[in-house]
Design a protein around this ligand. Structure first.
Ligand SMILES: Nc1ncnc2c1ncn2[C@@H]1O[C@H](COP(=O)(O)OP(=O)(O)OP(=O)(O)O)[C@@H](O)[C@H]1O
Ligand SMILES: [Mg+2]
Length: 427
């Protein structure tokens, strides 16, 4: 479909779509786009093409996609004034933290702000603390990267390092997420030397626990300014209690809402992108450090202790490890034990017992790291062979793997999320 759009109007494209921009001049969230150019819009995403000089487009729409022309700019005035204020602040380096609920326009505002900062020749970097809808790095991670040229989408920023969280929301694992975000922020500061650092956050803001979490996060990250994007007054409980400088801006009227299913689709695209060209690799268990599950943390129990465990259990577990205060039992697929037997071990040996079952790990999302803890990539755990003492991971990683961090999200072979699954149970 051919479209001619006059200067002063915005063409809103809902993906999946591919656009041939044949003549004219436009901007996408502050990034200049000159014809001829090709613009690809991912599924479940909306891209506002703000036409500055009469433009012609050839629009190819995929299933469920759409194109709509609206008057004027879809960038709220409050975004422009906030950017102006932030970019004329004397303080340097400046850290700006962006908060807002899901679909409030966080990623869009971060993109716009980065483009505005580039216009002022600033050194810009972003830390993407949104786990569920990560733009920088794979889903379930916190990544950071430099922004050296105008961007139409934060997704185009390549990550310099990534902290893998293995979950899609901070609920229940808040300390870990705060720790990860702090690490990435500090690394971003040191490595990029940016004078303008943007920190994006997850969209969990509305219940009491979320408010307390966001306030803690703000206190720890300690940005110079917090920007809250809100539609009504959903951020008031947070913003009213923030001790540092804050700015409240509006959610664009045309923001595209995405339901849970669409968010899952977006994440699945993310997993696929980071698993491209993956192969199954086998790692000997004693060559790698395993994180996220207690496996490998202990040593095999001594003979006498093992005999005691076998007696109390009434069977020989497939695998058993012991630390100073815990015992890990891995049961074979056909082994069953009553909880009373676990209790008996805990009482007799005075240690907490954790149980894993052979095969339960299959499909869990993992991250792979080198000896310096540097993120190498993600993978899907194919399985642990306790007899051969190997771990099989489906991953595109080629470097030397020293550690595998096991997450809680389970994926099927086509990267569809099957749910959250912590694989150890404490009885
Ligand atoms: N100013 C704008 N004009 C038009 N569309 C916009 C604008 N800002 C954002 N959008 C679109 O609206 C959708 C939601 O915005 P965005 O992704 O920025 O929100 P978010 O708060 O980051 O959401 P999430 O919680 O899913 O990460 C996106 O498809 C985005 O491209
Ligand atoms: Mg976002």
């Amino acid at each position: 479909m051919n479209k001619t759009v006059d200067a002063g109007k915005t063409l809103l494209i809902d993906g999946p779509a591919s656009i041939n921009f044949t003549s004219g001049y436009a901007e996408i969230l502050g990034a200049p786009v000159k014809a001829p150019a090709r613009i690809v819009v991912r599924d479940a995403k909306r891209v506002p093409i703000e036409v500055k000089k009469k433009a012609e487009f050839n629009v190819m729409l995929g299933e469920g996609a759409g194109a709509e022309e609206v008057e004027g700019s879809t960038i709220p005035q409050s975004w422009k004034s906030a950017a102006e204020k932030l970019l004329t602040t004397e303080e340097k380096p400046l850290t700006v933290m962006v908060i807002g609920k899901v679909d409030s326009g966080k990623s869009g505002f971060c993109t716009f702000l980065a483009n505005m900062a580039l216009r002022r020749k600033m050194k810009v970097a972003i830390v993407d603390g949104d786990l569920g809808q990560s733009d920088v790095g794979p889903p379930c991670s916190i990544g950071f990267g430099r922004i050296t040229k105008p961007i139409k989408d934060l997704f185009d920023v390549s990550a310099e390092n990534i902290y893998f969280t293995g979950v899609t929301t901070p609920s229940g694992v808040m300390d870990k997420i705060i720790d990860g975000l702090m690490r990435m922020k500090n690394e971003a500061r040191e490595q990029t030397n940016a004078d303008f650092l943007i920190v994006n956050t997850d969209g969990w803001v509305e219940d009491e626990e979320a408010v307390a979490y966001k306030l803690r996060l703000i206190e720890q990250i300690n940005p110079n300014i917090v920007v809250g994007i809100q539609q009504q007054d959903e951020l008031v409980p947070i913003l009213n209690n923030v001790k540092i400088e804050k700015i409240s801006i509006d959610t664009p009227a045309v923001v595209k809402q995405r339901d849970r299913e669409k968010r899952k689709i977006l994440r699945e695209l993310g997993y696929k992108k980071y698993l491209k060209d993956a192969k199954v690799l086998a790692f000997p268990l004693n060559w790698i450090r395993i994180q996220g599950v207690p496996l490998g943390a202990g040593a095999p129990p001594r003979k006498q202790q093992m005999a005691k465990i076998q007696e109390l259990l009434g069977l020989t577990p497939l695998h058993c490890e012991e630390t100073a205060n815990a015992i890990l039992l891995v049961l074979g697929a056909m082994q069953w034990i009553h909880r009373d037997r676990i209790k008996a071990i805990e009482e007799n040996l005075g240690k907490k017992v954790q149980v894993m079952r052979e095969g339960d790990e299959e499909g869990l999302l993992v991250s792979l790291h080198d000896a310096d803890e540097h993120f190498l990539g993600i993978g899907i755990l194919h399985g642990i062979d306790y007899r051969r003492k190997t771990m099989k991971v489906f991953t595109p990683v080629k470097g030397k793997v020293a550690a595998v961090n096991v997450g809680q999200i389970k994926l099927d072979k086509s990267c569809k999320e099957l749910g959250i699954n912590p694989i150890t149970t404490t009885i």
